[in-house]
Design a protein around this ligand. Structure first.
Ligand code: SER
Length: 911
């Protein structure tokens, strides 16, 4: 079976068992503060497990793109070194939301593996949870008994909390699990050592392929377990591992999921991929590098396609690090000194066509972003290499710590090391300090192993302990800067449906259903969830509402922000109300909301106008909408011209004047909406029911959860204030509307008024400024001309003053010229007409003394005179300094009164 057939067989199997097939969620997580990237198929269902959102279907199945590169599940360092971990991988999953439980999950997984995929039963091992006394959790005998129907008891293994109790993160839904492992070793090896002892022992041929989690608990912040409202099934099967097992390979990279990519890399690098290379082999590093690239390009591309550009913080930084890891490998081991990684994008996009179309439809954009990142990293790498080489050349950089030298070098044999180092350099310079190695990593992206390798080439060692210390110090610094302590929810009312009323009203009577305390940077805050709320929670670029919660006793609690968290709308407040159980009135700050509405609706009009003017390739890449302005990032490869901007602006304003009424449709089935031609954004997770915002059916139709004006006329006026580049292939427009736009225009016209007055009210200001500029240029030319005339007159005058001393034609004079250029001019002219010239000119330029020395070449060559030395000596008289070439030099100074002394002194050089 090909990978494509294997994936399809999974989905078909579960569809036949009553599961609805749903699309993968984006790989970038937007509304869960505990997670940056989707790390398991169940993430998109977290709110359902926690009872915060109702399930739309009782059973679903899908293939989810996942990334395990940060937080609790982080495999990054293994990737490429071994053959079965990945950054991005597909997780095939089936779910029951309060529907079937252990029995069906186990029956079906066995049926699929042995009947559909026809895996050899003898090679399968299953596990069950052995219980945990500390947690008060019993042994999962039910699972054991269920497996016993199918599996030989010797193949049913108990597992501890680490392996058999699955948790999504530090907090969140969790439960006991049952894993299925496959032993792909040859028969003789299997006879010698039973697979049972190799399960969960990091053996690369005995690997977990499927995990069935029986979700029953919520892990709270205080570490305790709380029972979930219902029991669920969450399963995840690693697609790439499944394919490997079914295709009878010993490495995930040998399957048709990775081979096309690896062969492409091998061909372009002119090397062969040796799947069997072992550490220490000549081609080991090359094989690792090819695997790293074939793997990392997937994570990078899908993250970018899902809206996460590489950047310097948070999720963007994780992506940048993965990208740099890949570039470093291709640079270091495959000889790609120019960008290459980006060339893998078209291949990958083709491979995932029909599975995850997000990449195919944006492949040019994704490739361009990666190319730019490669370019900038290669520059950094080069700077780092220079910095590294300097460290060895310039002893100032070397600061060996004598204590460290006494033996803290990892795995080093002191004697041998000392010997090899002695040959290279003196004993003092043998260790690259930990802090320098850290600087290389932190600033130039050099991982420690690269620094070690480069140091070794020079016969040096790296102080790894010092490096580790520097790394830890930085980690704890950044932890301290960002540490947020979030308490558990205190539940007042069990209410699993939070109603958002803010599309229809900005004041709602409500109750607090839960709250919690949050300590960020030492400051205490509270977060409140209401049963109903008009407060819009930040999303889709629109800021969260602010406003007030007003209580019957008159107490007013200010809401400083509103954010979404999974299914919840969370209000940020500084304190809790006295009477938290009372009904309250939640009131949104209306003025702010209205301005925000204007900016949000204007964003839709802008987006539609841009597609008309620039083309349909324009896709939203980011957006910010608040009460002050709107910011719109979009994919486009060229600067938007003034003319295009003017046309875009004109279209938007025309649509505003048309006063088009808002058409808001809630609960439109997703497919219906897409068929009607709405603009959907990449990287957004849409439910199967969506909200469609339309301003004129033929103009703007977008999937959107934000708040809008009732009719476009409310926007008043739209004005673009800037257009700029934010990243490769991404441009940004900033614009304002309504009162802000009015103020802006008023400012501009005030400025024009002031200019008019300054120019004495001309009919046409730009004409009159133009003629001012022209006149200015003409005057400048005239001045230059008259200086020139003056200096050639001066030249003749000066030539008369020659004094012949010892065969030198000496002139030392004070001249009146307005600038250094004019003096230089005279000096050069004199040199042409006077031979054996030694000229010293002094001038007072706007109160500052200036000295110029000019020598004929023969005086420099034959008499050893040097204008630079002379001018420096003379400059002492004017309290200044200078220099230049041997035949021409100048100096400036502070003391004009020294000019005569300097001229006098000049003569002494003729002797
Ligand atoms: N959530 C479980 C896992 O990630 C099963 O899907 O392994």
């Amino acid at each position: 079976m090909t990978a494509t057939q294997i994936r399809q067989a999974f989905l078909d199997f579960f569809a036949a068992k009553g599961h609805t097939i749903v699309p993968s969620a984006p790989i970038v997580v937007k509304d869960d503060p505990t997670l940056m990237f989707t790390n398991a198929g169940m993430n998109q269902f977290k709110a359902i497990f926690l009872g915060e959102e109702p399930a739309k279907f009782p059973r679903v199945a899908d293939t989810q793109r996942c990334l395990r590169v940060s937080g609790k599940h982080n495999d990054l360092e293994e990737v490429g070194i071994d053959t079965y971990h990945h950054t991005m991988f597909e997780m095939l999953g089936n779910w029951s939301f309060g529907d079937y439980f252990k029995k069906e999950a186990i029956d079906w997984s066995w049926e699929l593996l042995t009947k559909v995929y026809k895996l050899d039963k003898d090679r399968l091992y299953v596990t069950y949870f052995e219980g945990d006394e500390k947690e008060g959790l019993a042994k999962d005998t039910e699972t054991y008994d269920l497996w016993k129907q199918y599996v030989d008891e010797a193949h049913i293994l108990p597992g501890n909390k680490k392996d058999n109790f699955w948790e999504m993160g530090e907090t969140g839904p969790c439960g006991p699990c049952s894993e299925i492992h496959f032993d792909s070793r040859p028969d003789n090896e299997r006879k010698e050592v039973s697979g049972a002892v190799l399960v969960n022992a990091d053996h690369d041929q005995v690997i977990e392929i499927w995990n069935n989690v029986f979700m029953q608990f919520n892990r709270l912040k205080d570490g305790s377990l709380q029972s979930l409202p219902a029991q669920h099934v969450d399963t995840g099967m690693g697609f790439e591992r499944l394919v490997r097992v079914l295709q009878g390979k010993t490495s995930n990279y040998d399957t048709d999921v990775f081979q096309p990519m690896i062969q492409f890399i091998a061909e372009k690098s002119g090397r062969k991929y040796n799947s069997a290379a072992k550490p220490g082999d000549n081609d080991w590093s090359e094989a690792v590098a090819m695997r790293v690239m074939a793997d990392h390009i997937r994570a990078i591309s899908f993250a970018i396609a899902d809206g996460q550009l590489p950047s310097n913080n948070k999720a963007g930084y994780v992506i940048r690090r993965i990208l740099r890891r890949a570039v470093r490998y291709q640079y270091q081991y495959l000889g790609f000194k120019e960008p290459f990684l980006n060339q893998l994008v078209p291949l990958l996009a083709e491979q995932f066509k029909g599975v995850f179309d997000e990449l195919y439809s944006q492949k040019d954009f994704v490739q361009k972003v990666i190319l730019e990142e490669e370019n900038s990293f290669l520059r950094t790498l080069e700077n780092g290499i220079n910095r590294f080489n300097n460290y060895f050349i310039n002893p100032d950089y070397i600061n060996p710590n004598p204590i460290l030298k006494r033996g803290l070098i990892k795995g080093s044999n002191r004697e041998e090391l000392d010997k090899s180092l002695h040959d290279e350099r003196s004993v003092d310079n043998e260790i690259v300090s930990g802090s320098f190695a850290f600087e290389l990593q932190d600033t130039y992206g050099f991982p420690i192993d690269l620094t070690e390798l480069m140091a070794r080439e020079k016969g040096w060692a790296v102080d790894l302990k010092g490096f580790e210390e520097a790394l830890q110090a930085q980690k704890s610094r950044s932890r301290a800067a960002t540490s947020i302590d979030t308490g558990d929810w205190v539940v007042l009312k069990d209410d699993d449906k939070v109603e958002f009323t803010g599309y229809d009203e900005t004041e709602t009577i409500a109750h607090v259903v839960k709250y919690r305390k949050v300590t960020a940077k030492g400051k205490e805050q509270y977060q409140i969830v209401l049963d109903k709320t008009p407060f819009y929670a930040e999303s889709g670029g629109q800021v969260g509402d602010t406003g007030e919660l007003v209580f019957p006793d008159g107490e007013v609690i200010e809401v400083t922000d509103t954010k979404k968290e999974n299914g919840l709308i969370v209000h940020f407040v500084d304190k809790l109300p006295e009477d938290i159980d009372d009904a309250l009135t939640a009131i949104v700050d209306n003025e702010k909301r209205n301005n925000t509405n204007s900016n949000h609706s204007a964003t839709h009009l802008l987006h539609a106008a841009m597609k008309q003017v620039l083309g349909s390739h324009v896709n939203q890449k980011g957006s910010l909408v608040n009460a002050e302005y709107l910011r719109f990032d979009f994919s486009h490869f060229a600067k938007v011209t003034e003319e295009e901007l003017a046309r875009i602006e004109a279209i938007v304003n025309e649509k505003i004047r048309e006063n088009i009424a808002l058409k808001e449709e809630r609960d439109v089935p997703y497919d219906v909406a897409i068929k009607s031609g709405v603009t959907a954004l990449f990287g957004e997770k849409y439910g199967d029911k969506v909200r469609v915002i339309t301003f004129d059916d033929t103009f703007s139709k977008e999937l959107c959860g934000g708040t809008h004006v009732k009719a476009t006329g409310y926007i008043g006026y739209f004005k673009i204030v800037s257009e700029s580049a934010v990243a490769a292939g991404v441009r940004r427009i900033e614009a304002i509307t309504g009162i802000a736009a009015e103020n802006f225009i008023n400012e501009q016209s005030k400025l024009v008024q002031q200019l008019k007055e300054l120019l004495k009210n001309p009919k046409d200001i730009s004409k009159s400024v133009e003629s001012l500029i022209e006149e200015n240029a003409r005057l400048k030319k005239e001045i230059e001309k008259s200086i020139l005339e003056k200096s050639s007159g001066l030249k003749d005058e000066l030539a008369q003053k020659v004094e012949n001393i010892n065969g030198i034609n000496f002139i030392a004079q004070k001249v009146e010229l307005p600038n250094a250029d004019a003096i230089k001019n005279v000096a050069y002219q004199l040199k042409d007409i006077v031979s054996d010239l030694f000229l010293v000119l002094a001038a007072d330029i706007d109160g500052k003394p200036n000295l110029t020395v000019m020598l004929s070449e023969n005086l420099v060559k034959e008499k050893g005179l040097n204008a630079g030395n002379i001018v420096r000596e003379l400059a002492k008289e004017i309290q200044g300094g200078g220099g230049g070439q041997p035949f021409f030099a100048t100096a400036g100074g502070k003391d004009v009164s020294g000019i005569d002394r300097a001229l006098e002194k000049a003569k002494s050089f003729t002797a």
